[in-house]
Design a protein around this ligand. Structure first.
Ligand SMILES: [Zn+2]
Length: 342
């Protein structure tokens, strides 16, 4: 067990301490312990870097979740979203001395993948997943690599995404004889999985660096900068400041271009329900809240602006979520829980 926890901390630090890989509580990691059938996964609502020996992760019965997805018979009409959420909830295994938390909303697909899973909302991967040309570009960029990849269309997170990923992996394995170590998810992010910890980290870095170099980007977005004000914080992150000086940043702009769920969960939701929390004034972005929420908002905003402006600069076409997809996220019970965890 100790080794599994150590591994989880290692991949979580690797993926979680850079704002260009993960923003706020987004992204999640897991490690399976095949000896006792458990999987340790980030808890919902926490940041990856919060994970240590005693907090921010949960243990689940991996076999129970996997068996459920493998036995699903869609010809029977029922509320699969609800049923699968119940399976996730009841799969939690208590660890003595630790508070029992709720597993990440993405626990389903973690359970069906290899031993190590790093799932991020990497801004580089999202240049591909949020542009219409992204899939073709991925084929070109990764053709010569020693890892295989699949590119999933946009699918509602939760039950549907897990099932679609499972099916697409099966197809890929049948067609090529190898397991895809890399999974791009349209308008969402990146998954890297494998049986060796050094390999998953190396492949994750390779994917990101390959895209970053292709777009000719400087490695300049590892963290955001906030300065304290009387009522909260002001953004000092160059790419946010530059955008706000030259463009109108408001709810209309964000509603017009919904790129991925975390943008809706954090940014659009805040502007709709608590507009004083994020205020744009005189070419600056102010966050009237605590440091934790301000950091989440700033990281999410910076990542979003980075993707939108880079896609446009490269003369690619921005690919947005459609109305139905946006509606699903705004009404998804699991997301409401995630938002409510501070
Ligand atoms: Zn995600």
């Amino acid at each position: 067990m100790q080794k599994t926890i150590k591994d989880l901390i290692e991949i979580s630090q690797y993926a979680g301490n850079r704002a260009d890989y993960t923003q706020g509580g987004g992204g999640n990691t897991s490690v399976k312990n095949f000896e006792n059938g458990t999987m340790l996964i980030k808890a919902s609502g926490y940041r990856l870097v919060d994970i240590n020996e005693n907090t921010a992760f949960v243990a689940v019965d991996k076999n129970k979740i996997e068996t459920y997805y493998k036995s699903v018979d869609l010809s029977v009409e029922k509320d699969y979203e609800k049923e699968s959420a119940e399976v996730s909830k009841t799969s939690v295994v208590e660890i003595s001395g630790m508070a029992t938390l709720r597993p990440s909303v993405e626990v389903g697909f973690h359970a069906i993948l290899k031993k190590y899973v790093i799932h991020t909302h990497s801004v580089y991967a999202n240049l591909l997943t949020c542009s219409q040309e992204g899939e073709t570009l991925a084929e070109k960029l990764f053709a010569g690599k020693d890892f295989g990849f699949i590119f999933l269309p946009y699918i509602n997170p939760g039950f549907e995404l897990t099932l679609a990923m499972m099916n697409k992996i099966d197809e890929y394995v049948k067609a090529t004889g190898k397991y895809p170590e890399v999974i791009f998810m349209k308008n969402h992010g990146l998954v890297v999985t494998g049986d060796y910890i050094e390999r998953v980290k190396a492949v994750n870095t390779d994917v990101n660096e390959t895209i970053r170099k292709y777009f000719g980007l400087e490695d300049n977005f590892r963290s955001v900068t906030l300065k304290a004000t009387e009522t909260g914080f002001v953004s000092e992150t160059p790419l946010v400041n530059e955008f706000v000086k030259a463009n109108v940043l408001d709810k209309a702009l964000l509603d017009e271009t919904p790129l991925y769920p975390d943008q809706l969960v954090y940014l659009n939701n805040i502007l709709a329900h608590s507009p004083n929390t994020l205020v744009v004034d005189g070419g600056k972005v102010y966050y009237n809240t605590d440091i934790k929420q301000a950091t989440t908002l700033e990281e999410t905003l910076a990542a979003y602006l980075f993707v939108v402006t880079t896609v446009k600069k490269a003369n690619l076409t921005v690919s947005k979520m459609n109305e139905k997809e946006v509606y699903f996220i705004n009404n998804w019970e699991a997301e409401k829980y995630r938002r409510s965890v501070k």
